[in-house]
Design a protein around this ligand. Structure first.
Ligand code: THG
Length: 263
């Protein structure tokens, strides 16, 4: 399971204050804690913090790189902010994200190739997030075709079928799993699959339970990783156990400690 820590996001009050006050200690603390808990990479998103998106992003990248050497997952829809942030990354980064429109793929796929970056591509087009699996699968095929056209290794490609909150979009969790099952057999080797897991429980009660239950379900449908909260221990343990039962880990009595220790 490839775990991208979601917490360096200006959507969270502590990180937002850290960005606005240029207070490195708050942000670096959140970065270190996620790594200690098992994050393989860190999502970097300036969210709604006051100030210029470009300056905020470059400050965040520099701040996080002072305390970690894991790959950064640059989370912005702005091409110029993405391009500058990638240049500032010391470790091969992850581009988060491109939509499935021609225009976006024609700019973000070459950007990934030029920067030796991995790319997350969303099954979102001009009309937004599709309500069914079929449209998502069609967009997934477009994404893989574009990757091949520009010479992006398919193993450096993550497709994100985009999960929405279950309280307002109750058919989406099933549609996303159906998409995962269908796209897994699209190419050999297949691309990888990722989700912004916490979206599923936004504004719901029992968030942690919904997140961990859906993580297990999505892993059984073929999910490879998630942008998620690695500091939620039960969530991490549920994901690791799902991978054990999918025969992606070998059993030993201490399989959770072995997984977290061996990364
Ligand atoms: N796909 C990709 N990238 C993404 C997403 C995705 N990046 C952003 C997001 N979705 C994933 N990250 C989060 C981070 C936080 C929350 C949800 C998804 C979240 N935040 C609290 C809330 O809104 O209630 C913040 C409140 C708080 O606790 O302070 O739920 O889908 N590729």
């Amino acid at each position: 399971m490839f775990v991208i820590g979601e917490r360096i996001n200006g959507m969270f009050g502590d990180v937002k204050r850290g960005i606005e006050n240029r207070d490195k200690s708050i942000v670096q603390q959140v970065a270190r804690r996620q790594i200690e808990c098992g994050a393989d990479a860190l999502d970097i998103n300036v969210g709604t913090a006051r100030g210029k998106a470009m300056e905020n992003m470059l400050w965040l990248v520099e701040c996080v790189q002072e305390v970690t050497d894991v790959p950064l997952c640059i989370d912005t829809t702005k091409y110029d902010v993405m391009a500058e942030a990638l240049k500032a990354c010391e470790c091969p980064p992850i581009i988060n994200s491109s939509k499935s429109t021609e225009e976006q793929l024609d700019s973000f796929v070459p950007l990934a190739v030029e920067n030796s970056a991995q790319l997350i591509a969303l099954t979102i087009d001009k009309s937004g997030v599709p309500s069914d699996a079929d449209s998502r699968v069609a967009m997934g095929a477009t994404i893989v075709t574009k990757a091949m056209e520009y010479g992006l290794d398919v193993t450096d490609l993550y497709i994100d079928p985009v999960i929405l909150p279950v309280n307002v979009a109750p058919k989406q969790p099933v549609a996303v799993m159906e998409t995962l099952r269908q796209l897994k057999v699209l190419s050999d080797p297949p691309p990888k699959f990722i989700l912004g897991l916490s979206n599923v429980s936004q504004s719901c009660k029992l968030r942690s339970l919904i997140n961990s239950t859906y993580l297990v379900m999505a892993i059984s449908a073929g999910l490879d990783g998630a942008i998620m909260d690695p500091t939620d221990r039960e969530l991490m343990e549920a994901g690791i156990t799902a991978e054990l039962l999918m025969e992606k880990q070998i059993y030993c009595d201490d399989y959770i400690a072995a997984y977290l220790g061996n990364r």
